[in-house]
Write a protein that binds this ligand. Sequence first.
Ligand code: URA
Length: 239
Amino acid sequence: MFLEKMLQSQGFGSRKYCQQLIKNGAVEIRGEIVDNPKHKLDLNELTYSVYGQDYVYREHVYIALNKPQGYECSHQATHHFSVFELFDDVLLNRGLQCVGRLDQDTTGLLLLTDDGQYLQALTHPKKHVAKVYSMHTADPVTPEQIQQLEQGVELRNEKGIFAATDVQLLASQQLQMTVHQGVYHQVKRMLAAVGNKVETLHRAQIGQLKLEDIAEGEWIYLNAAQIEQSKFRENLNPQ
Ligand code: URA
């Protein structure tokens, strides 16, 4: 691939802008300035720098963010910050999108990507990528409520039954559970359906990928093994 095309693919701007960057001597590969936009590159394990900042060539990006409270998962946030404010323009130019959504007041694991197939694979309603949530509730959680959550509840305007698995009472008003769909406000509505109320909500895991060692508001690139963990699907309804 030509250098100018590679830079464009990585989010540095239009082909013309990338040509200019290169001609200005802003781009170095292995410590050498390369000022020919048509310089041919081997993309395998390619690293380079632009104006002294180091980058790794990535065909696609897969990001895990520990989402803080007060951030919306939309580009045009209306009442809060947007999660996209946590990323620089080079990443945003690649067309980064949230993999599903968390409410503005929910914290925890949020995946973002520019890979449409990965996004589809994780958000397809029939694909059952499990998600683990922990929460504080307004009232003590009763054994009946746990049983109802495990058996499944109906949610207004949604088809089917919404059941949680691995429901664990961590304290009298603190619960962890796994859900297998991703409808709007699902966890809050499930708790409301059994007569309780979510006060704070945190997503700890998607598939087999756990939110570990990422401070709130910080993010990491997922490696190949972590991408696979995030796609892990249980076969809940074998056909
Ligand atoms: N369920 C909710 O109610 N809110 C979220 O943010 C995620 C799951």
